[in-house]
Design a protein. Structure first.
Length: 360
């Protein structure tokens, strides 16, 4: 096995596009062990007013009585059934608080399903954000302080405030992958609050970062194995992504230059360490020519889940593709900083390819 093979293995795990700072991961797992129960309990403690108001409807089930007209039924139905007396549909649901079966009217079941949907979306959004250990700890702290001061602020608003603070820190630290994740979490919150106009703009903004390849560079040791991964990322982009479709010759030139340098350096490393010949190669020769960037095309991608959500929001808002394009260009122009290599227009072309893919 040559040295190059060693790097190959390593680079696979190193080349995750967006990752937390690696030196923190072990700590996070241990700390979560102590938090898990409280974390789960928090999600169980969410208030469900309609669910709770319907607890007494389990009496209808226990006594086999129609919830509309109090008619005594032969036995309680187990699925949607017409009352033989008033001819209304009786619905059966299990109460999430008491786990008891209830008989409900159509109006009640609609209200209940709405609340369950809404809470489901809200919990999903909160879970996305609070699964970040630091956000969770900050959230608990803020909630505790608010309770002491007897102030009431919606949980989603507390989380929003924390994300707001975090994103500024990430920009200052040059951790653009974490910044991107924070903006994504904000998108999920907006979506959960049914603020779809704002949500679609945020989703488009996140796509703009993704196409530019955001990286966390504050804690990264620019060691050799990271660089080796670049060749695979480049190959991946070439096969899957289409960014370089416009100038394939330019891309090939870059890839060839990198490939040549890589082979040369591997040969030198192998000679020095395995064969004991030659002199110790300076690894910064390659590093200098391809250092990892805060935004780096080699880490660029378009997330399929976001593509799906953008299409869904476009339908919900009844938008044309031109509207979506205008939103994208406008937003990308607002958030673009000069370290992002892809212009809003170029990025739209890439994104539109992905959005258009699979449309019938
Ligand atoms: Zn009835």
């Amino acid at each position: 096995m040559g040295i190059f093979d060693l790097f190959k293995k390593k680079s696979t795990s190193d080349s995750k596009v967006i990752s937390k700072k690696p030196n923190l991961n072990v700590g996070i797992i241990d700390i979560w062990e102590n938090e898990r129960e409280e974390f789960e309990n928090y999600f169980k403690s969410i208030k469900r007013p309609i669910e709770e108001s319907l607890i007494s409807s389990s009496e209808f089930f226990k006594n086999s009585v129609c919830p509309y007209c109090d008619f005594k039924l032969d036995k309680s139905p187990l699925k949607k059934t017409k009352c033989p007396n008033c001819h209304n549909y009786i619905y059966v649901r299990t109460n999430l608080v008491t786990k008891e079966k209830m008989l409900l009217t159509e109006e009640q079941v609609n209200k209940l399903e709405n609340e369950r949907d809404e809470i489901g979306t809200k919990l999903g959004a909160e879970k996305t954000a609070l699964s970040d250990y630091y956000i969770w700890i900050e959230f608990k702290k803020t909630k505790g302080e608010l309770e002491k001061e007897n102030k009431k602020i919606e949980d989603l608003d507390i989380i929003w405030g924390i994300l707001n603070k975090k994103q500024t820190e990430y920009v200052q630290q040059n951790d653009w992958g974490l910044f991107r994740n924070t903006r994504y979490e904000m998108f999920v919150l907006l979506n959960a609050e049914r603020r779809f106009q704002e949500a679609i703009r945020m989703a488009l903004e996140v796509c703009y970062y993704d196409i530019n390849g955001p990286n966390n560079v504050s804690g990264i040791d620019l060691n050799l194995s990271n660089k080796k991964g670049a060749e695979y990322e480049s190959e991946y982009i070439k096969q899957n992504w289409g960014l370089f479709r416009k100038s394939p010759s330019e891309f090939d030139k870059i890839l060839k230059k990198y490939g040549d340098a890589l082979r040369k350096e591997n040969k030198a490393l192998e000679d020095y360490y395995y064969n004991g010949t030659g002199s110790k190669p300076l690894d910064n020769e390659l590093v200098e020519s391809f250092p990892i960037q805060p935004f780096d095309l080699r880490s660029g991608f378009v997330a399929p889940a976001l593509i799906f959500l953008i299409k869904e929001l476009k339908e919900k808002l009844n938008l044309q593709w031109d509207d979506v394009k205008n939103m994208f260009i406008e937003r990308a122009t607002q958030v673009k900083v000069n370290i992002m290599p892809v212009s809003p227009q170029e990025a739209w072309d890439i994104l539109y390819d992905e959005l258009y893919n699979g449309l019938d």
